[in-house]
Ligand binder design. Structure first.
Ligand code: BES
Ligand code: ZN
Ligand code: ZN
Length: 496
């Protein structure tokens, strides 16, 4: 989708009309330059209350003299905030008929610049499909050209806002592309190669790859144990943005299991294909780096993705194995399907080397989190209450919910209660599985400068098992990977 901003009353292609509930005639702001027959047709529909303006509802109309319009509901005017505008924008794309063509002109009636931007953002976010593996002639659509009209005094500010949103959306779409890729083509080294190639686009970004042999040498026992049973060997990818900036910056860590069979603790066969999304955490991290780079962010940001494929094999790890992680702590592996926490143990510990301001990890970590929160909210844990609140609020600001969950000493105790190792990767029973996983990860969050009795670096864990894919109520995406939290992170990082 190409989006441009300009004042003026000419209508290119189809007119997009966002309307509040209760609108009974074409608002003055929309009327200028409208084809007469189209205008009377829209007036008829609104006058008869055939289009009620309910949020996300759409109606396509064609005038007899050639004009075309899409009406889209914004809901009640008193409730029409940026979230409503974003959803309405997405609904236009979702409900668009091919006959309306690829040129759209959006005209608002008294919307703020933020709301106009959010509407365009919703259109851009929803204008996505993953068709890399479809034949050329198979349903591929031409690129949409969208013109957002505004008052001449608003042009500069709205253009700048939309320019930023284009960059952020490119990060969301990258995250979705990575998640939707089939696992035969998206394996640890493929992800690393893509990151390496991507970094060439930006002068201020550097990507370092720690390959399998280097990971073994470094003592990354978690990453190695999970990945060694696959012919596609594991690796760690480090992204550094504006590394020469003074001071501390955020650190993002992602679980990147490019396919999770469960390993020797093999998963049931039904829907196992969905485990290609088990690298959603790493995709979130990569997508966020793209959003920041594309919008020219000048601050320091670092990220680590822990890439591995979890396979059952003659050389795979076994339930009962004890592994030594980068931190020096040992883990008794009681279930090879609880592999995300193993690779993250090394990623979190490694993060301490960069002396970050804070660490946030993203992981499709537990089915238990999906049981707790469904597909509606990400589970959010933190060792710092204020920090957790900041992340929760950043999510709310962009319409991506992350719900506070408890880190309790009892869960930590459960995960450190191994007879032969420092920790165990499985809880004692089936209850509270998302919380025990979070409590396990906390054992591997380093203290500032790795000081023995120092304070832990502020850290948050986001379990996106339910929100990274399969979110049917998410208006911003049709199906597949959602690209969730790229926008949350962009908001958190750029708004301080
Ligand atoms: N990748 C899965 C978690 C998952 C499940 C993500 C469903 C998305 C949808 C993870 O590696 C896993 O298998 N976790 C186990 C942990 C258990 C063995 C302690 C789980 O949730 O069952
Ligand atoms: Zn697993
Ligand atoms: Zn997994």
């Amino acid at each position: 989708m190409k989006v441009s901003v300009s004042p003026g009353h000419n209508i290119n292609g189809t007119l997009v009309m966002p309307l509040f509930e209760g609108t009974d005639a074409v608002p003055d702001a929309h009327a200028e330059g409208m084809h007469t027959s189209l205008k009377s047709q829209v007036n008829m529909v609104l006058g008869a209350n055939d289009f009620k303006g309910k949020l996300k509802s759409t109606m396509s109309l064609m005038g007899t003299d050639g004009g075309k319009a899409i009406l889209v509901g914004l809901g009640k005017s008193e409730d029409a905030d940026v979230h409503a505008y974003r959803k309405a924008g997405a609904a236009v794309i979702a409900g668009r008929k091919k006959a309306l063509g690829t040129e759209l002109t959006v005209r608002f009636s008294g919307a703020s610049i933020e709301c106009m931007g959010a509407f365009a953002e919703g259109m851009m976010l929803r204008d996505y499909s993953f068709d890399n593996y479809k034949a050329e002639d198979d349903d591929k659509e031409d690129e949409l050209e969208v013109r957002v009209t505004c008052d001449s005094g608003q042009e500069k500010e709205l253009s700048a806002l939309i320019h930023t949103l284009v960059g952020v959306t490119s990060g969301v779409h990258l995250s979705r592309d990575l998640g939707n890729m089939p696992p035969n083509d998206m394996y640890p080294e493929a992800f690393a190669d893509q990151a390496w190639e991507w970094a060439k686009n930006y002068d201020n970004v550097e990507v370092t790859i720690i390959n399998y042999d280097q990971a073994i040498k470094a003592g990354m026992g978690g990453l190695v144990a999970v990945g060694m049973g696959s012919s596609r060997k594991p690796c760690m990818v480090i992204f550094e943005m504006n590394a020469d900036q003074k001071g501390r910056g955020p650190m993002l860590v992602g679980k990147g299991i490019t396919f999770d069979t469960g390993g020797i603790s093999l998963k049931p066969g039904a829907n196992m294909d969905e485990m290609k999304y088990d690298m959603g955490g790493s995709a979130t991290v990569f997508g966020t780096m793209e959003a920041l780079a594309a919008t020219g962010f000048g601050g320091k940001v670092t990220a680590i993705t822990c890439m591995a494929e979890n396979m059952p094999a003659a050389n795979a790890q076994r339930p009962g194995d004890v592994i030594t992680t980068l931190s020096g702590k040992t883990i008794e592996v009681l279930n090879t399907d609880a592999e995300g926490r193993l690779v993250l143990s090394d990623g979190l510990w490694k993060a301490g080397e960069f002396d970050p301001e804070y660490i946030i990890d993203f992981a499709t970590l537990t089915g238990a989190c999906v049981v707790a929160l469904g597909h509606e909210a990400t589970g959010l844990w933190s060792n710092d209450d204020d920090f957790r609140t900041r992340i929760h609020e950043a999510g709310n600001a962009v319409g991506e919910l992350a719900w506070p969950m408890p880190l309790l000493p009892a869960f930590e105790k459960e995960m450190t209660d191994s007879k032969i190792a420092d920790t165990r990767n499985l809880g004692a029973g089936r209850w509270g599985g998302a919380n025990t996983a979070a409590a396990f990860l906390k054992q591997f969050v380093p203290n500032r400068n790795y000081e023995k009795d120092g304070e832990q670096i502020p850290w948050a864990h986001m379990d996106i098992a339910g929100t990274y894919w399969g979110a049917k109520t998410n208006t911003m995406v049709k199906n597949g990977a959602t690209g969730v939290h790229v926008r949350t992170m962009y908001h958190l990082i750029t708004n301080g």
